[in-house]
Design a protein around this ligand. Structure first.
Ligand code: F6P
Length: 526
C-alpha cells in the first residue's frame, strides 16, 4: 500500500488542487450522493488514477469480504474472540443475524422493546432530571446524540456525568432535585472505577436527602449479574451482548438517555438512519460507497501524504460533541501499533482526530490551519437548513462560512495578491515584508458532508458513516479496530497508585518524578 501511495504522491507533486477544476465535471465526479447526503471530496488531490489505486488497495485488503464477515457475525475481533455486531442493534427489519449459529435478532428486538417500556415509564412519570453515569463509550455516544437532537427533546432533562473528578457529579447534582432525579448507571463491564465511584456517590446523595433509592436507578450493562448485585432490580437492568463494543453501543441500551430525551419513535428514526447507511455500505460498489470513500480519502491524507492529524469541523453547533465522540471511535479503534497477526504495524496507525464546531474554531485555531507549516486535512459537516426558521439568516451565514473555509484552504492567496491588497499602505521592502504575512499557501485539502437537516435519522446516518469508515481504515491498516488493550496499563497503575496518593502506602519502587509529584500532593492536599 505504502509504495502505491508513494508513487502517486510523486506523480502529483505540488500540483494545485484548484487546477483539477479545469475539468468542469470534477465536482460531480468526485462527490457522492447517498442516503440523502452529499459527500464532496473534490477539494482534495484525489484524481481518477489515485481513486482507482485507492479502490485497488481496498480490494486487495479484502474490505468487501471483511465487511461481509462483520455483518455475518464472524468473530472479527480476534484478540477478544468476539463478533462485531452493533449493526444488529439497528437491524429493525429483523432479518436473521447469526452468531455461533444462533439468531441474535429476537433478543435484540426484545431488548429494544424493554428499553421502550422503561423509557415510556420514565417519560410519563414525575422524573425531571435523568443523570447518565458512564464514561467513554458509555457516555460519549449518548451525550453527543442528546445534544445533537435537542430540537426533538420532549422528555426529562438529561445530564451526563463521566469524570471521576468529583467536580463533575457535584456540578451536575447541584442542578437536580433529589426527589425527581433518576440515575442511569451505564457501563458495559459494570466495573469501571469512574462509573462505579460516581454511582455510589449518586446513591449516597439520594440517601443524604432522605430519598429512597427504590426506582431511582437503571443499569445498562453486559454484566447483568454485577448490576443485580449492586441492587438494581431486574426490570430496570437492560443488558447487551459482548459483541457490542463500548464505542459502538449508542444504538442499544446505552442509548437509553437518548430515547428518554426524544422518545421511542424518534429513537427508532435514529436507528433507521443508521440502518440505511448499513444497507448502503453493504450493497454499494466500493467506488460508490460513502464510508469506503471517506476512509480512502482519509487514508490518502494520513498514509499517503503523511498528515498526522485530521480536523473534524461541524458547522452545526449541536454537533459540538461529535469531535470528542469521534476521538474515541477513531483513535481507540485504530490507534494500534500491532497488526492482526501480532507483528509490528508496517505503516503509521490511524491519525489524531480533533476539532470544534464552526464558526467558533475560525476565531481560535484556524490561523494554524490556514497559515501554519503543517497541513491539516479538514472534514467539514453542515446542514442545508437548521431548525430555527426565524433565524434563517444565521444559518445562511453559517453555511457561507463553512464553504468559504474550504475554498480558502484550497485557493489560498498568492504573494502578488497579498501585495496588491497592501500596496496603498506600504512601499519597497516594507511592502514585501507586510505582504508575506498575508500570504495563504492554499492547496490544503478538505472534504464536506452536507445533509438536509440534523434530525434523528440523519444523525444515525452520519454516525454509522463514521463507524464504517473506521472499519474500512482498520481493515486496510490490518488493525483490529475492536479491542483497546492500550487503555489497560494506565488503569492498572492508577489502581496501584490509589493508596500511594492518599498517603496509605509509600512511594518505594516509584520513579523520582512520580514520587516527587506524590509528595507535593500530600503536602498541599493531604
Ligand atoms: O477504558 C476504555 C473503555 O474500556 C472504553 O472502551 C469503554 O467505552 C469505557 O472504558 C467504559 O467502559 P464501560 O462501559 O465498561 O464502563
Amino acid at each position: 500500500m505504502l509504495d502505491i501511495l508513494k508513487d502517486h504522491a510523486a506523480r502529483i507533486g505540488d500540483r494545485r488542487i484548484e487546477t483539477l477544476f479545469d475539468d468542469s465535471g470534477r465536482a460531480g465526479a468526485f462527490s457522492l450522493d447517498a442516503c440523502g447526503m452529499l459527500f464532496d471530496y473534490s477539494k482534495t488531490q484525489v484524481d481518477t488514477a489515485l481513486r482507482d489505486a485507492l479502490i485497488g488497495i481496498a480490494e486487495a485488503a479484502g474490505v468487501a469480504q471483511r465487511r461481509d464477515a462483520m455483518f455475518g457475525g464472524r468473530k472479527i475481533n480476534e484478540t477478544e474472540g468476539r463478533a462485531v455486531l452493533h449493526t444488529a442493534l439497528r437491524n429493525l427489519d429483523g432479518g436473521p443475524v447469526l452468531v455461533d449459529g444462533q439468531d441474535v435478532m429476537p433478543g435484540v428486538l426484545e431488548t429494544l422493546a424493554r428499553m421502550e417500556t422503561v423509557a415510556r415509564d420514565i417519560r410519563a412519570g414525575d422524573i425531571a432530571d435523568v443523570v447518565n453515569i458512564g464514561i467513554g463509550g458509555s457516555d460519549l455516544g449518548p451525550a453527543m446524540a442528546v445534544r445533537a437532537l435537542s430540537p426533538y427533546h420532549d422528555g426529562p432533562r438529561c445530564h451526563f456525568v463521566s469524570n471521576v473528578d468529583g467536580a463533575d457529579i457535584a456540578d451536575t447534582l447541584r442542578l437536580c432535585d433529589p426527589a425527581r432525579t433518576l440515575f442511569i448507571v451505564a457501563s458495559k463491564t459494570f466495573t469501571t472505577i469512574e462509573t462505579m465511584t460516581n454511582a455510589r456517590t449518586a446513591r449516597a446523595w439520594l440517601s443524604d436527602h432522605g430519598v429512597s433509592t427504590d426506582g431511582r436507578f437503571v443499569a445498562l450493562s453486559s454484566n447483568t449479574e454485577a448490576a443485580a448485585e449492586w441492587g438494581i432490580p431486574g426490570d430496570r437492568v437492560l443488558g447487551f451482548e459482548d459483541w457490542v463494543g463500548g464505542r459502538y453501543s449508542v444504538w442499544g441500551p446505552i442509548g437509553l438517555s437518548v430515547m428518554i430525551a426524544i422518545g421511542p419513535e424518534a429513537f427508532r428514526a435514529f436507528l433507521r438512519g443508521a440502518q440505511a447507511m448499513d444497507t448502503h455500505f453493504r450493497a454499494a460498489a466500493l467506488p460508490e460507497n460513502m464510508p469506503v470513500l471517506l476512509a480512502l480519502v482519509g487514508l490518502w491524507h494520513n498514509q499517503g501524504q503523511g498528515h498526522a492529524t485530521r480536523a473534524v469541523l461541524p458547522y452545526d453547533n449541536r454537533l459540538a460533541r461529535l469531535p470528542a465522540y469521534l476521538q474515541q471511535l477513531e483513535m481507540e479503534s485504530n490507534g494500534k501499533g500491532v497488526a492482526m497477526d501480532g507483528s509490528t504495524l508496517a505503516c503509521q496507525s490511524g491519525p489524531v482526530v480533533w476539532g470544534e464546531p464552526g464558526t467558533n474554531g475560525q476565531h481560535a485555531f484556524y490561523q494554524l490551519i490556514h497559515q501554519g507549516t503543517r497541513v491539516i486535512p479538514c472534514e467539514f459537516l453542515v446542514a442545508a437548513r437548521g431548525h430555527e426558521p426565524d433565524l434563517k439568516h444565521h444559518h445562511d451565514l453559517l453555511v457561507a462560512n463553512c464553504l468559504a473555509q474550504s475554498e480558502a484552504l484550497m485557493r489560498g492567496r498568492s504573494l502578488n495578491e497579498a501585495r496588491a491588497r497592501v500596496a496603498d499602505k506600504f512601499t519597497g521592502a516594507e511592502l514585501d515584508r507586510q505582504a508575506r504575512h498575508r500570504v495563504f499557501p492554499g492547496n490544503r485539502p478538505s472534504t464536506t458532508l452536507i445533509y438536509p437537516r440534523l434530525d434523528p435519522e440523519t444523525l444515525g446516518k452520519i454516525i454509522a458513516l463514521y463507524e464504517h469508515r473506521v472499519f474500512v481504515e482498520g481493515v486496510i491498516l490490518d488493525i483490529n479496530s475492536y479491542d483497546q488493550w492500550g487503555v489497560e496499563l494506565g488503569k492498572e497503575l492508577a489502581t496501584a497508585l490509589g493508596p500511594v496518593v492518599s498517603g496509605e502506602a509509600g512511594t518505594q519502587g516509584k520513579d523520582g518524578s512520580t514520587a516527587q509529584l506524590v509528595s507535593y500532593k500530600l503536602r498541599h492536599g493531604g
